[in-house]
Design a protein around this ligand. Structure first.
Ligand code: BES
Ligand code: ZN
Ligand code: ZN
Length: 501
């Protein structure tokens, strides 16, 4: 996929060359200068006249009209060199990749030196490039009968750099592509319709990963759950004709099974709300209520590729949440795997119920640290919008690790509190240990506090991705629909993880 060409000159044959241009329009160097010379200084003149924009996130295509062996050049505007953020950089490069795709070219050369700068050093640029290559070209073709031309795949990417670090840059691009590809895998799971992606199908996807990467796999069926006492997951599944699945994947990267990171995902394949039925407008889109499970499986794919020296147990609780004469009801009292009893006040607060059993099960499998990921509440969207994942914790040191992974991955998150008074509210049932819906006030916090009751003293971070797992708009880094959010952050957390007890 990626190859390096340390010595580039105007005799090098290319379908297309991508170059970065920064403000201020300083004298052009490197590959850019060679091109400018070959083009009789037209590039610098067009930059001066503004025909080639150097503003951030703008791209300009020029044809070389036989003056060079390179047929086309895409100039990527990056704005002021010392102000460009990684996000802007990625979006700008994503626009360039999209342009190459639109031109139906299978080969492109990319000059890393002109694209890098103070804020995005060349080694980092290589990693981000690999990621952007995957993210920007992702599409979910779905089930349309094909009457459009199949896209041309960009198979051959030549990286140019005079930095003398060819091997490192190529490796970084490859690593970035692994992170991007795990994200795309999560996106596809989220985009699949709910009649296709059932809990059983989710378990099949997990089995494929287990076979590919030699993970240990356990899939509990309904009878196993009854035997073990997973009353919370079973209650949510009670009205369904689709069997539930509790899916466990184990990756052992250390000689002993200790310091285990538990990644727990909400895998509701469709959320009608159950008897606390959703209004018709809010039901559409609820196929994406397994975004947490998708993030965990996406992360496991990255982990399987990178094989870090860490131990990971992934636990996914999967079922749909539907109505029937047999479905669970508001006012039911259920017994969770932990033994804690729960008064159900709202069957639409089902995510926290399935997570309760999944978190307990992850602990039973030896998890010493827990991160759960879930499209848990509409409340987090009201609080934080669609750009920030809501994050909650019982352990600030562990949260620090998660936040640093999130910064590296470009997946922002914002912490919301859980106070002692919040915990009192989820414990406020007259007839059971907990209630699953203490009211609308701060309900993202209520969801988190409820799950926290099952994490108990284990360092735990809860990620509410209801607002970030799908996007109504399309950017150069993702199409409309699933974003694959948190697959990269979870994998990065595992790769970077060290923690003193
Ligand atoms: N799956 C929803 C949360 C959700 C809402 C995800 C919007 C994505 C977009 C969740 O199960 C739910 O229904 N939560 C309720 C909780 C309430 C009943 C306490 C909600 O957010 O309204
Ligand atoms: Zn719900
Ligand atoms: Zn839900």
């Amino acid at each position: 996929m990626f190859s390096m060409q340390p010595q580039w000159n105007q005799e090098s044959e290319n379908e297309c060359l991508i170059l970065g241009v920064h403000k201020p329009g300083n004298p052009l160097g490197g590959v850019l200068a060679v091109c400018d010379k070959a083009m009789d200084q037209q590039i610098s003149q067009l930059i001066k006249s503004g025909d080639i924009s150097i503003s951030k996130k703008s791209i300009t295509l020029i044809h070389t009209l036989g003056k060079m062996k390179t047929k086309r050049i895409i100039l990527v505007g990056l704005g002021r060199e010392n102000q460009v953020t990684e996000e802007d950089w990625k979006e700008a490069l994503g626009m360039a990749f999209r342009k190459v795709k639109e031109l139906r070219l299978s080969q492109v050369s990319i000059d890393l030196d002109s694209l890098s700068g103070a804020n995005v050093p060349v080694e980092r640029a290589a990693h981000l490039l690999g990621e952007v290559y995957m993210l920007s070209l992702y599409t979910f073709d779905g089930y349309k009968q094909k009457n459009v031309k199949a896209p041309v795949e960009i198979k051959d990417i030549t990286l140019l750099s005079e930095s003398g670090r060819a091997a490192l840059l190529q490796e970084n691009a490859h690593l970035g592509a692994i992170y991007g590809s795990g994200t795309n895998y999560a996106r596809t799971l989220v985009n699949l319709p709910p009649n296709i992606l059932t809990a059983t199908k989710m378990a099949e996807f997990a089995k494929e990963l287990a076979d590919q990467y030699q993970f240990e796999l356990e899939v509990l069926n309904k009878e196993d759950m009854e035997r073990l006492g997973m009353g919370a997951l079973l209650a949510v599944n009670q009205g369904s004709v689709e069997p539930p699945a509790m899916i466990v994947l184990k990756y052992q990267g250390k000689s002993e099974w200790k310091d285990v990171i538990g990644l727990v995902g909400k895998g509701i394949t469709y959320d009608t709300g159950g008897y606390s039925l959703k209004p018709r407008e809010s039901m559409v889109g609820m196929k994406t209520d397994m975004g947490g499970a998708a993030a965990v499986l996406g992360a496991m794919r990255i982990i399987g590729e990178l094989k870090p020296e860490q131990n990971v147990v992934a636990v996914i609780a999967s079922t749909d949440n539907v109505v029937s004469a047999e479905a669970f009801k508001p006012d039911d009292v259920i017994v969770s795997l932990s033994g804690k009893t729960i008064e159900v006040l709202n069957t639409d607060a089902e995510g926290r119920l399935v997570l309760a059993d999944a978190v307990t099960y992850a602990k039973q499998h030896g998890a010493d640290y827990l991160v759960d990921v879930a499209t848990l509440t509409g409340g987090v969207i009201v609080a934080l919008g669609n750009e920030m994942t809501g994050v909650f914790t019982n352990n600030d040191a562990f949260l620090g690790k998660v936040k640093s992974a999130s910064e590296k991955s470009g997946e922002p998150m914002w912490q919301l509190p859980i106070t002692a008074k919040d915990r009192e509210r989820v414990r406020g049932s007259k007839i059971a240990d907990l209630n699953n819906s203490p009211g609308r006030e701060g309900h993202a916090i209520m969801g988190a506090a409820f799950v926290g009751e099952f994490a108990e003293d284990t360092p735990w971070v809860h990620l509410d991705i209801a607002g970030t797992s799908v996007s109504k708009k399309s950017t150069s880094l993702h199409t409309h629909g699933a974003t694959g959010v948190m697959a990269r952050t979870l994998a990065q957390l595992v790769v970077d993880f060290t923690m003193r007890k």
